[in-house]
Write a protein that binds this ligand. Structure first.
Ligand code: ATP
Length: 216
């Protein structure tokens, strides 16, 4: 489904990723671990096509996508949730969700059906639909950021520390929602340091100083 071969990434002159290769199969949950600064965020951002200068081969459903801009990768089914969430903080929960809904329905699922699905997955959000995102807790914002990405109907989620720095009760809700999505066949590549999803992953990869430790 996703195949990455020989990926290198730079910030200016400084190289952050060195010859990284990995793959994520249909419906697979793959976790990337590594210390602060190991390159986890850089890897995810390279895959969605933001933030860094990257070179290498990225194949998504048998198509080379490394020259595609981020919005084209997103439209092709890659969903990215950044560590800093990047919500529209002045907009309500509902507005944040609808702004991400494609204007044209896909053949199978309408935006209204996606909205209902997201509400079922995150009932916590249902009770705060009209609240500005700025007035939510960190964990609630993290759920909203994931929910917003789900409104685009991704086939592969790229998640940067989805359970980091949020209240334990919301960690459990987030983990359960992600595992539910995985059971429904949404593939995931998750960067995390806290071992919440790693214990459920098909594979755990380790990045050390921009290099992949284990065979991917
Ligand atoms: P963390 O868990 O702390 O977010 P990480 O594993 O995600 O760490 P990255 O954020 O990808 O690591 O950082 C990899 C390397 O790239 C580090 O040396 C970092 O200092 C550098 N780096 C990251 N973002 C930038 C940037 N915008 N400009 C310059 N260097 C950067």
């Amino acid at each position: 489904m996703l195949k990455v071969e020989g990926l290198n990434a730079w910030y200016g002159q400084a190289q952050a990723l060195f010859d990284v290769s990995l793959s994520v199969g249909e419906g697979e949950l793959v976790v990337i671990q590594g210390l602060n600064g190991a390159g986890k965020s850089t890897l995810l951002q390279s895959l969605i096509g933001i933030g860094t200068q990257a070179q290498g081969r990225i194949t998504w459903q048998n198509e080379p996508i490394q020259t595609w801009p981020a919005h084209r990768r997103a439209r092709a089914g890659l969903g990215f949730v950044a560590e800093d969430r990047r919500l529209f903080t002045g907009l309500s929960v509902k507005e944040n969700l609808w702004i991400a809904a494609p204007s044209v329905s896909s053949a199978q699922v309408t935006p209204a059906q996606r909205f209902d699905r997201v509400m079922a997955l995150f009932p916590q959000l249902q009770t705060m639909l009209h609240r500005p995102a700025s007035q939510m807790s960190g964990g609630e914002q993290q759920m909203l950021a994931l929910a917003r990405t789900l409104m685009t109907g991704p086939r592969l989620l790229l998640l940067d520390e989805p359970c980091e720095g949020i209240a334990p009760v919301l960690v459990a809700a987030m983990r359960d929602a992600l595992l539910q999505l995985a059971r429904e066949g949404v593939a995931m590549l998750v960067a995390e340091q806290n071992n919440i999803l790693a214990q459920h992953a098909q594979r755990v990869l380790v990045l050390t100083s921009g290099r992949m430790d284990s065979a991917a």
